[in-house]
Ligand binder design. Structure first.
Ligand SMILES: Cc1cc2nc3c(=O)[nH]c(=O)nc-3n(C[C@H](O)[C@H](O)[C@H](O)COP(=O)(O)OP(=O)(O)OC[C@H]3O[C@@H](n4cnc5c(N)ncnc54)[C@H](O)[C@@H]3O)c2cc1C
Length: 327
């Protein structure tokens, strides 16, 4: 399937990249690994042809993308697709992954899923993030798909974004006007819609330092084991106090709402309690009640809610075990 015509500009600094975005306005898009963007660029052409072949009824094709509202128009508001792509591939600094002196983890926006998978400190300590990277697409997609692209594409099922938000990700954004940092949970407003400004680039994602008694986990439920958008994704984070009670907890759900969803009632159930099987089961029921799933071709709302309950309990058990506690 052919792509539309576009120019690719290759800036050598983040500042240049932001200036180019500002110069080209809505006609330009950032290109990272291209695994979402290039597919989106083909969509209007595919849809045009399907509409021609199907007698001009665009309504028939609204689930052509990934079944989310707005999938038929990846550019939103009926704008034409971009004719300029600003490639970030020469910005080596955006690839860096490092544990900072103060114990925080900083992952450059251009780090791929495969690079994240391979960092032992991430697997040992920010485990849910490594497990999110493990479950993205296939080896080929993981070799190109970046954390920045996964977050900026703003899909409710995004497998790196859901655990990143659960682990308290802070997003570093740069524009010609300067830089700002935003909590990950405030970034996505709706499927495909974020608070990013037109000339802004996500440069890095920073995660808080973790004490020894923390554990996290991510589980993706799909209809297949690879190359599958999740039916439900559950990320959990647990921090235990010296007396084994839950000091802090977070449960973030994917694919059961228009954006990655914080299951706040589940976190409230867990706070201050002993992580017994009974408490974790109660938290899992609360997470299922917090979910706002829909029926689509991947599963019914009822099935998704059941799976949220089951997977939240399982991932919590795993996270508590990883934190050195017993459920
Ligand atoms: C076959 C296939 C299977 C897939 N499977 C999965 C899956 O299982 N789970 C999953 O979550 N995703 C999946 N995806 C989607 C995709 O691979 C991921 O979302 C990936 O992380 C996107 O990263 P990218 O670098 O390729 O982004 P790109 O396609 O380059 O960009 C995506 C969007 O983000 C913007 N963008 C990218 N980087 C930045 C930045 N630094 N600053 C500002 N804007 C930016 C782009 O302009 C574009 O709008 C799949 C895709 C394919 C083609």
């Amino acid at each position: 399937m052919t792509l539309p015509r576009f120019d690719v500009l290759v800036p050598e600094t983040v500042e240049q990249a932001c200036s180019l975005l500002a110069e080209h306005g809505g006609g330009a898009r950032v290109l990272a690994g291209g695994t979402d963007l290039l597919v989106d660029l083909k969509r209007p052409i595919v849809q045009e042809r399907l509409i021609e072949a199907g007698g001009g009824d665009p309504g028939r094709f609204t689930t052509l993308g990934d079944g989310e509202p707005g999938a038929i128009d990846p550019w939103g508001s009926g704008d034409p697709p971009p004719d300029v792509l600003i490639s970030l591939h020469k910005l080596a600094g955006l690839k860096r992954i490092e544990v900072l002196d103060d114990g925080r983890l900083r992952v450059g926006a251009l780090a791929t899923a495969r690079e994240i998978q391979r960092v032992p400190e991430i697997r040992d300590r920010w485990t849910a993030l490594a497990e999110g990277a493990d479950s993205l697409g296939s080896p080929l997609v993981r070799a190109r798909g970046t954390i920045g692209g996964n977050i900026c594409n703003a899909r409710p099922a995004a497998d790196i974004t859901v655990p990143a938000i659960c682990l308290g990700a802070q997003l570093e954004l740069q524009s010609p006007d300067g830089s700002r940092t935003l909590p990950g949970e405030q970034f996505i407003l709706a499927p495909g819609v974020t608070v990013i400004e037109p000339a802004e680039i996500l440069t890095a994602v920073t995660f808080p330092a973790l004490s020894a008694r923390t554990g996290s986990a991510y589980y993706k439920l799909g209809q297949r084991k690879a190359l599958e958008i999740s039916v439900v994704g559950v990320a959990v984070y647990v921090e235990l106090a010296g007396d084994d009670t839950v000091q802090a907890a977070c449960v973030t759900l994917g694919a059961v709402g228009p954006t990655p969803l914080a299951a706040r009632s589940a976190a409230e159930v867990l706070a201050g309690g002993k992580p017994t099987g009974e408490l974790l089961a109660r938290a899992a029921r609360a997470a299922a009640a917090d979910a706002t799933p829909i029926d689509d071709h991947r599963g019914t709302a009822e099935y998704r809610r059941l799976m949220v309950e089951m997977l939240t309990r399982r991932t919590l058990e795993l996270a508590v075990e990883r934190a050195g506690g017993r459920s």
